[in-house]
Design a protein around this ligand. Sequence first.
Ligand SMILES: Cc1cc2nc3c(=O)[nH]c(=O)nc-3n(C[C@H](O)[C@H](O)[C@H](O)COP(=O)(O)O)c2cc1C
Length: 369
Amino acid sequence: MSDQPLFTPVRLGSLELRNRIVMAPLTRMRASSIDHVPTDLQLEYYVQRASAGLIVTEATAISPEGFGWADTPGLWSAQQVRGWRRVTDAVHEAGGRIVAQLWHTGAISHPDVRNGAQPLSASDVDVQHQTVTPKGRKPTVVPRAMTEEEIRQTVGDYARAAHNAMEAGFDGVQILANYLYLLAQFLNRRTNRRSDRYGGGIENRARFLFEVVEAVLDEIDPSRVGVKISPMHEGGPFAANDETLPMAEYAIRELNGYGLSHLLLMGNTTDFTGTPLEPLMGDGMFHHFRPIFRGTLIANTGMDAERGNRLIETGFADMIAFGRPYIANPDLVERLSHGAPLAEVDWSTVYGSGPQGYSDYPSLRLAAV
Ligand SMILES: Cc1cc2nc3c(=O)[nH]c(=O)nc-3n(C[C@H](O)[C@H](O)[C@H](O)COP(=O)(O)O)c2cc1C
């Protein structure tokens, strides 16, 4: 197809992948709104993108308690497992590989999507963000701090979701540990004010993440388990502080010990200038963490073929994940290999409903007809 590094085969844990292009996880809100089961539309959308070396699904709730965003899918019920099985079978038939991204929204939720219940988090700190309810976007509220018993149950919910993912035919799972969601709320000093063994210093705040990883590894071989994590600078309590980088370094260094399939590392999506993360802007993120993480490193954010090829060639990444480009380019692999132009995203339909702006972006061949 092409002798560019992006198009060379690669071994990811126990999987042989035909290229080094990853479809990054993208929440698109096309699951059924009542029972959170993947729909035929999602099946069609993922099959259209099956030429990626690996697809990471949209964030998928591990439990009713972890569900916090309207019209997103789950992985806790038999019906959801059956729905996902149809998707994974179809992707495999099309020659693709697909892993499920495991999600607990924590405080990025709202009583409106939780039958009136207060969202859960590490502590009662409002993350000052927005979430999507059936009635549209709403500001987050003050969450309730989880009890130790609830933490134990949640660790168990991750394990059950991982088990369900294998029942549903996935090639593995990816644990979502960054952005602003539950695991990140435990890692961040400003949203974790606990005084028990899950709060305080860096090691205590990371304890929940490692308990989750270990519980998932009780269900699935490490060669099929990845983690998405990276230091970020966002609004409110998620503004980068002097512990953001040391925490990410500690967590990523410790993850080495588990022999995981991969680490998905996001570059900066916001301007790090003037923050402790400033040296990590651009490729700085990958230069910093490549020597720390010894397994397969997937670099993400603002990639194009030239940058992706360079990062692989220079050894700073093993694979490259594309998020936004996959929204409007189901045949991204073919387009990149031919140096063809990329279609633009219609942002008004990204979080819409139905096929428009979802499964109706044409592939290049169709676009040319
Ligand atoms: C519409 C949209 C939805 C996203 N949903 C998720 C998600 O469900 N899980 C996740 O880890 N990241 C999510 N992301 C982040 C992307 O996976 C990716 O990390 C980010 O867009 C940067 O990559 P890019 O520059 O190639 O788009 C989302 C991004 C966008 C634009």
